[in-house]
Design a protein around this ligand. Structure first.
Ligand code: PRX
Length: 644
């Protein structure tokens, strides 16, 4: 807390340290101040109810609405200001919606969803490309108290079916097609296939027809959005005031098991956390333009394409297309044209740009841009150096997860400007009591330079996941460990903290991999490959890759080893297996290679030695192999990968 009797310390970092400390030791007062950043229909009566750890209930007793805060409350002051700027270099469309227009569109979508039977608490699954209707649908859901569940458009039928079965949506909103690099990617056949595969059948499918691909309509089930939209011209749909703890959405993410987890988010805590993050971390102001290059199918898209910029009264730029098409200047031309002040992307995108003409970055006036935030995967030093020099703007790394919804580690320049350190996303963000624990002993590691599992002592701050959708036990068992008197959330990342409190993230402790910033579960890929009739056993590991950060590598033991004896047969089989993954999970999950081996390295008790396989693939020492049953299995992998 501010010390009245001593003048403010001039020690660099002291102001932020106090801010962070206060967020933990004077938690309720701290968050009660942040809660004033949003509108409440009824003010909360309790800031944090942590009487049933690890379940935290934020702003209890308060009622509010995310859509009201993101749209309606700005109408009086900024109705004619840009709210959503849609740019597609795939379809050559560019369209700006003011806050008033966004308000009208969201209500037409909300009225349509209501006409199709959606009521408060229902789930609406979105399987959509990056088009304005996706934003309208998300906002329409929260407006009427329904939960959206966005499934990334790059996922295919099996991934989609498992999410349909878990979310059990009343309605699915989709579109005829997406487009990538000018190539039309039809969505409807994948959706139809997924609904066939799923046990749960949605009552209705609402189709946005972009005119990119023809598709078949299922009579009685499929509805045309253009027709409904016409019918609801001028319709008003009031915001449903919901409890702060009412879930706003679920978003699926991968973990150790093959079954994706539905991360469930609340309403009031999320709104407060995002509004506060815009002030203290991203330094975005009302009336400015925010550009996040993510996809609405990922958490960054939820928090920083849709909600945080709109909650702040900013214009948000939604971009459909590649960073390099028509050329590598496209993003920077948008920064200039729309006077973007804050930009958010991923290291992978920067590495792609790095391969293009560097002049593309200096062709445009970037003077409005205050900083480029990068997240989602480790930011390597050469990439950070290159982009920082090319743009001449501060680059700010930030580390977080689908589960948390907003940054855990970064530099909070809005509180006190501080230097970045290469390779580190920064310090613990206010609200997060970040700790490191020894994986084996479970002891907290206090010293600098010790490697441990990055953990957060409960309660998690506002905005983080409430639970796993319909599976409280899975939430507790997956993420939480009890240590006498307290509960600790595991991020499943390794980390080190230096003497200045900066953290360095060293990769996942579980079977999650990060391919081009996309979080994937190796178990899901293994399950998919196993469905190929020739496969007896399979192991998928993440292997370091210069462009994508990591790629998936698959090692398969065939039922009949003779099928891959000839190189041409092996190649054909490899192609077939990649196709299985493409069709079931989507090309995003396709392994870079599928290699055939006689056996997989396992412990004597039959546990797959994934870390050893990964180490060998990366040319590192495989570590302690005393428990291995048959070392030759590992040598075979090493020999397969050895350059010839
Ligand atoms: O392993 C960490 C890595 O991405 C994981 C979370 O991915 P996702 O749920 O898709 O959420 C991304 C939100 C930005 C983490 O467990 N990760 C994320 N950001 C960083 C990172 N690794 C290193 N540095 C980062 N800045």
């Amino acid at each position: 807390m501010a010390n009245e009797t001593h003048p403010q310390s001039a020690t660099p970092g002291a102001a932020y340290a106090r801010f962070h400390q206060r967020s933990l030791t004077d938690r309720d007062a701290f968050w009660s101040e942040q809660a004033a950043l949003i509108d409440w229909h009824t003010p909360p009566t309790q800031v944090c109810d942590y009487s049933n750890p690890p379940f935290a209930r934020w702003f209890v007793g308060g009622t509010t609405n995310l859509c009201h805060n993101a749209v309606d409350r700005h109408l009086a002051t900024r109705g004619d200001q840009a709210a959503l700027i849609f740019v597609s270099t795939e379809t050559n469309q560019e369209r700006t919606y003011t806050y008033s227009q966004l308000h009208a569109e969201v209500q037409r979508m909300a009225a349509t969803l209501q006409s199709l039977g959606v009521v408060k608490g229902d789930r609406v699954l979105l399987y959509m490309p990056m088009i304005p209707e996706a934003a309208f649908a998300m906002l329409a859901c929260v407006r009427i108290g329904a939960l959206h569940s966005v499934v990334f458009g790059g996922f295919a039928s099996v991934s989609l079916a498992s999410r349909i079965d878990d979310a059990q949506p009343t309605v699915i909103v989709s579109a005829d097609a997406g487009s990538r690099s000018g190539k039309v990617l039809p969505y409807k056949p994948l959706l139809d296939e997924a609904i066939l595969l799923a046990a749960h059948k949605p009552a209705k499918v609402l189709m946005v027809d972009r005119g990119l691909a023809t598709f078949t309509r299922v009579a009685g089930r499929d509805e045309d959005y253009a027709t409904w939209r016409e019918q609801h011209a001028g319709t008003t749909v009031p915001c449903e005031w919901v409890e702060s703890t009412h879930p706003s959405y679920t978003l699926y993410t991968s973990g150790t098991t093959g079954k994706p987890k539905g991360v469930q988010r609340d309403t009031g805590g999320y709104a407060v956390a995002l509004a506060a993050s815009m002030r203290h971390i991203f330094c975005g102001n009302p009336g400015e333009t925010y550009f996040s290059t993510s996809d609405i199918g990922w958490v960054v898209g939820h928090s920083y394409i849709i909600y945080a910029p709109l909650l702040t009264g900013m214009a948000t730029l939604m971009y459909e297309g590649l960073p390099t098409r028509p050329d590598a200047a496209i993003w920077w031309s948008l920064v200039e044209k729309y006077k973007v002040t804050v930009m958010f992307s991923a290291p992978t995108a920067v590495r792609v740009l790095k391969k293009s003409d560097p002049a593309a970055l200096s062709r445009h006036d970037l003077s409005t841009l205050r900083a480029l935030f990068l997240a989602g995967e480790p930011l390597d030093e050469p990439t950070a150096q290159w982009i920082s020099q090319s743009l001449g703007r501060p680059i700010i790394d930030n580390y977080w997860q689908t589960e948390t919804g907003w940054p855990i580690l970064t530099i909070c320049n809005g509180v006190e400007p501080a230097p970045s350190k290469f390779g580190s996303p920064g310090k613990a963000v206010y609200g997060y009591d970040v700790k490191l624990f020894d994986e084996n002993t479970g002891e907290e590691l206090h010293g600098a330079g010790q490697k441990g599992v990055v953990a957060i002592e409960g309660p998690l701050p506002p905005g983080c996941m409430q639970t796993v959708w319909r599976d409280d036990a899975r939430f507790v068992n997956t993420y939480w460990k009890s240590i006498p008197g307290r509960m600790v959330y595991s991020t499943f990342d390794w980390g080190i903290r230096d003497e200045d409190g900066y953290y360095f993230i060293l990769g996942r402790t579980d079977d999650v991999i990060n391919v081009a910033g996309h979080r994937l579960g190796t178990r899901e890929i293994e399950e998919s490959l196993s469905s190929h009739a020739a496969v007896a056993e399979v192991a998928v590991v993440g292997v370091a890759d210069a462009l994508k950060g990591q790629v998936a590598m698959a090692f398969v033991v065939l039922r009949d080893a003779s099928r891959a004896e000839k190189p041409e047969d092996a190649l054909k089989l490899e192609g077939e297996m990649m196709k299985v993954v493409d069709e079931q999970l989507g090309a995003v999950a396709r392994p870079a290679r599928v290699r055939f081996v006689a056996a997989l390295p396992k412990t004597r008790s039959g546990k797959l030695l994934r870390r050893a396989i990964q180490a060998v693939c990366e040319g590192r020492d495989a570590g302690d192999l005393t428990t291995i049953e048959d070392p030759s299995a590992l040598y075979q992998i090493r020999d397969l990968l050895a350059p010839r």
